[in-house]
Each structure stands twice: as C-alpha cells, then as structure tokens.
Design a protein around this ligand. Structure first.
Ligand SMILES: NC(=O)c1ccc[n+]([C@@H]2O[C@H](COP(=O)([O-])OP(=O)(O)OC[C@H]3O[C@@H](n4cnc5c(N)ncnc54)[C@H](O)[C@@H]3O)[C@@H](O)[C@H]2O)c1
Ligand SMILES: [Zn+2]
Ligand SMILES: [Zn+2]
Length: 347
C-alpha cells in the first residue's frame, strides 16, 4: 500500500510503498477513505511524542471501511463503515472498567504508538471496544473528524467543561478543535467568545455561533478582553491551541469558580508548562484536561449530529490526495489556515 512515511523528526515526509498491515486477533484493518490533518500529527512529526518510533506513518483522525477482521472480533465485518476514537482502549484495565476508555492504561493510538492513517490502510486494535459505526448518509470526510477533534471538543465542552445554556465560554485557538468547540458550546446555548490570530478562523467561528471574536494578533491582553466582554469572566474556557500563552490566557479569562479545560498539547523541553495557579486558588478555579472521547459515549453526540443540531460537515474546508499530505503537514508549522483539511487516499 501507499503511506506517508518520515524517517526523521521535522524532515520532509514522503509517500512510498510499504507492506499492507494485517489485523491483530482483536483488531481490524480499515481502508482509509478520509483522514484529517490534526495539529497532533504535526506535533508527532516534530518529535514531541515520545511514543513514536522511526520510521513512522502519521494519521489518527480517520474514517473508512473495514477491510479485514481479526479472528477474535465479533461485532464487525468487512464492508462496515467506521470511525474510531484515536485513543484505542484495551477494554479491560481499571480505567476501561470504570468507563474511562479515553485514558486507558494500555491504550494504543494509530499514528503515534503504531503506524497511522496517512495511508491506504490502517490497523486498529481492540475493534469491539473502539470502533464506531458511521451514521448512514454521513460523508467519510465528516466522519473522520469524529475520530479526534470533533469528539475531543465535545468531551471538552460537554463532558469535562459542563457548558450550560446562558453561560459564557471562551475558546482560545479556533482550528479544528476550537471551531468544533465553538459550534458545540453555541449549540448548548452558551455564549461564545472566540480567540484566534487568523481572520479566516474567526470568520468561521462567527458563522458557527460565536457571539464575539477576538483577534489575538491585535488585542494585546485577550484574557482581559474576555473578562470585559463577559461581565467578569467566562464560566468555561478552553486552550484549544496549546501554548504557554494561550494556556495562561484561558485560565486568566475565567470568572470565580470557572473551569479551564486544556485540550491543546503543551510540548516543552522539561515537560512542564507554567499555569497561573495563584488565580486558581484565589478564584477557586477548576483546571481540567481532556483526552479524546470514549467510544461508548458517542451515541449522545451522534444523535445531535443526526438531528442537525451539530454540523461537523461544515468544518471541512478542503480535501487533498495522499500525495499532498507531506507538504500539508509541514505547512502546519507556518501560516495558520482556517477550518479542517482532510486527506482522501483513494481520491
Ligand atoms: N487533548 C486531545 O485529546 C487533543 C485532540 C486533538 C487535538 N489536540 C491538540 O489540540 C490543539 C489544536 O489542534 P487543531 O488541529 O485544532 O489545531 P489547528 O492548527 O487546526 O488550530 C490551531 C488554531 O490556533 C490559532 N492560533 C495560533 N496562535 C494563536 C494565538 N496566539 N492565540 C489564539 N489562537 C492562535 C491558529 O490560527 C489556528 O486557527 C493541538 O495542540 C492538538 O495537538 C488535542
Ligand atoms: Zn484499558
Ligand atoms: Zn487529533
């Protein structure tokens, strides 16, 4: 099969022929119909993920068709249309037993712990625990986002963030995760303040229901601006980029007893990021993380998609063939884009 391979971190990847994957006993192989270009792929390519062994194939936000099934898989057959939370859980550790598959102790992640979906085919572990059927009529490009960023945003806003109607929600960084979060928070009846540096991203945020948009390249103190716009601070704020500046701005955006959810990854040489903890104490803030979303909690989100309350299809702004993936991955380190790009290996 063809796959996007890199031999060294941060050095150009290339499309080349590699052996087809075979399914593990509990796993499947999926023919990749669409796979999103998520900033986590860029982090992996840059060497920010210690799980990655070179040479490597990125890609973890995918949708496709089951091609082959392991001998112990009971619930899935070739031809099934599926997506998968990028955190593939084992199904049997204490975290899984508690229903917290998104933080499974023995998780695998395509595109990180093993070769991913920037390829014609991808192997996925523990299919009966992790696969999610794509609703009839949903395009593969839309379904891919449910594997990572749309579902992650749903968990961050709804499950971890507990956004409620009438509350203020600030979203720092309006890429794939952030725009999803804007849409999900607005659909929950929250009033959203969107923050980004790209005019195109802010335009989309407004279209997806943001009440206010702040351009961080011209507003020097976005946290102060959020506090001003919201009459004292947001009830919930997300760092949907991942940087010391947006993390601090998110925490500083909150009102008393507000909730910060960290979604953006925070790579640093020593593995730590400064957080304004004095404010967390004085205002009794809640500081939360969010990591994907467990497959068994997808039905509630899918019902909102089916009924048209949530429109993940609107997030996809471009589709490119596999040959374009190496350059698109490299471009993530440069100019910001707007919306979600999906790669369609078979196009
Ligand atoms: N926790 C999880 O489970 C999880 C899941 C998916 C993605 N992520 C992480 O979430 C982050 C976002 O991913 P993405 O694919 O949406 O990224 P993206 O590149 O699509 O979006 C990032 C956005 O941030 C904006 N931005 C840049 N500098 C900014 C600044 N100073 N202030 C405000 N906005 C700024 C960019 O213009 C862009 O619109 C990444 O760190 C990614 O690795 C985490
Ligand atoms: Zn587990
Ligand atoms: Zn992702």
């Amino acid at each position: 099969m063809r796959a996007v391979v890199f031999e060294e971190f941060g050095k150009p990847a290339e499309v080349r022929e590699v052996p087809d994957p075979a399914p593990a006993e509990h796993g499947v192989v999926v023919r990749v119909e669409a796979t999103g270009l998520c900033r986590s792929d860029w982090h992996g390519w840059m060497g920010h993920d210690t799980d990655i062994v070179l040479p490597h194939v990125p890609g973890h936000e995918l949708a496709g068709v089951v091609e082959a099934v392991g001998t112990r898989v009971t619930g899935w057959r070739p031809g099934d249309r599926v997506t998968v939370p990028f955190v593939c859980a084992c199904g049997s550790c204490p975290a899984c037993a508690a229903g917290d598959q998104q933080v499974c102790e023995r998780q695998t992640q395509p595109g990180f712990s093993h070769w991913g979906s920037f390829a014609d085919y991808v192997a996925l572990d523990h299919a009966d625990v992790n696969l999610v059927a794509i609703p009839d009529g949903m395009a593969y490009g839309t379904a891919a986002g449910l594997g990572c960023r749309f579902a992650t945003a749903f968990r961050a806003v709804v499950q971890q963030g507990r956004a409620a109607a009438g509350q203020w929600v600030a979203v720092h960084g309006c890429g794939g995760v952030g725009l999803s979060a804007v849409m999900i928070a607005a659909a929950a009846g929250a009033r959203v303040v969107a923050v980004d540096i790209a005019p195109g991203a802010l335009e989309l945020a407004r279209r997806f229901g943001a009440a206010h948009c702040l351009d961080a390249s011209t507003v020097p103190d976005t946290a102060a601006a959020v506090r001003e716009l919201t009459g004292g601070g947001a009830h919930l704020s997300l760092d949907a980029l991942g940087s010391p500046a947006t993390c601090a701005a998110s925490v500083d955006s909150l009102r008393r007893r507000g909730r910060h959810v960290q979604v953006g990854l925070l790579p640093s040489a020593d593995g730590t990021t400064p957080v304004p903890m004095a404010r967390a104490i004085a205002l009794e803030l809640e500081l939360l993380g969010s990591h994907g979303m467990a497959a068994h909690t997808y039905p509630g989100m899918l019902e909102l998609v089916r009924s048209g309350v949530l429109r993940p299809d609107l997030l996809v702004t471009s589709a490119v063939p596999l040959d374009a993936a190496p350059a698109a991955l490299a471009r993530m380190g440069e100019a910001p884009g707007a919306g979600v790009t999906v790669i369609e290996p078979w196009s």
